[in-house]
Design a protein around this ligand. Structure first.
Ligand code: AP5
Length: 213
């Protein structure tokens, strides 16, 4: 069976971290709307210039832009056996749009408290070249400030300032209930406790993905 998975959870819950691990383990692509947007901002594309201010202030990118980007990406050949969508959908409109053209088998929420989210994001470092995610204590790079994988510089994301993080969390909580209800009714909603170690969350996520038949 195809593994068409959507992953959601508050900021800093570990969606990116877990999606990277499961993508490798199950050989399906990790598609992060946040990564796609940040790449466009870095390359100063037309889209990047349009969305930079929104993202840095913690606001969502409009649904019509986000929906089209995801639809185009999911039509690529590497998604033929499935995918892990990280950070999409985030609104009911996005979830309904996604279901209008593809069948989703699992909607998995990784949950943590807001206090933990703010703490984790404060100590997150991201590779400016390949996007790999580190944490100063829970997932430290071998050499301070340098990516283990590509030797790129590790930076603090522009939207990781405390004010933006609080705004992102507020938006998340406002939108999530609708998303949970939507996927709960479809019978594909599952939840994992994200307050455990990275390895324990990974085991829990892996077990759920393996159970997709
Ligand atoms: P996006 O990039 O998706 O950001 P986010 O949802 O805010 O999530 P984060 O990347 O902050 O956190 P994460 O859950 O991936 O955690 P991570 O694994 O890094 O989106 C950015 C922006 O783009 C949005 O604000 C919006 O503007 C726009 N956007 C994106 N999608 C959109 C959409 N669908 N519609 C409209 N706009 C959209 O982990 C965090 C840290 O904790 C790391 O340092 C990690 O090492 C560490 N860590 C992870 N797990 C654990 C653990 N179990 N224990 C201890 N530390 C841990």
């Amino acid at each position: 069976m195809k593994k068409n998975i959507v992953l959601f959870g508050p900021q800093g819950s570990g969606k990116g971290t877990q999606a990277q691990l499961s993508s490798k383990a199950f050989r399906i692509p990790h598609i992060s709307t946040g990564d796609i947007f940040r790449q466009n901002i870095k390359e100063k594309t037309e889209l990047g210039q349009k969305i930079e201010k929104l993202i840095n202030s913690g606001k969502l990118v409009p649904d019509d832009i986000t929906n089209e980007i995801v639809k185009e990406r999911l039509q690529k050949d590497d998604c033929s056996m499935g995918f892990i969508l990280d950070g999409f959908p985030r609104t009911l409109n996005q979830a309904q749009f996604l279901s209008s053209f593809i069948n989703i088998n699992l909607a998995l929420e990784i949950f943590i408290s807001d206090e933990e989210a703010i703490k984790r994001i404060g100590d997150r470092r991201t590779c400016s070249k390949c996007g790999a995610v580190y944490h100063l204590t829970h997932l430290a790079p071998r050499e301070e400030g340098v990516c283990d994988k590509c030797y790129g510089d590790l930076i603090i994301r522009d939207d990781d300032k405390e004010k933006s993080v609080k705004k992102r969390l507020e938006t998340y909580h406002k939108q999530t209930e609708d998303l949970i209800n939507f996927y709960y009714k479809e019978g594909i909603y599952k939840k994992v406790d994200g307050m455990q170690t990275i390895a324990d969350v990974n085991n829990a996520v892996g077990e759920i993905i393996k159970s997709l038949t």
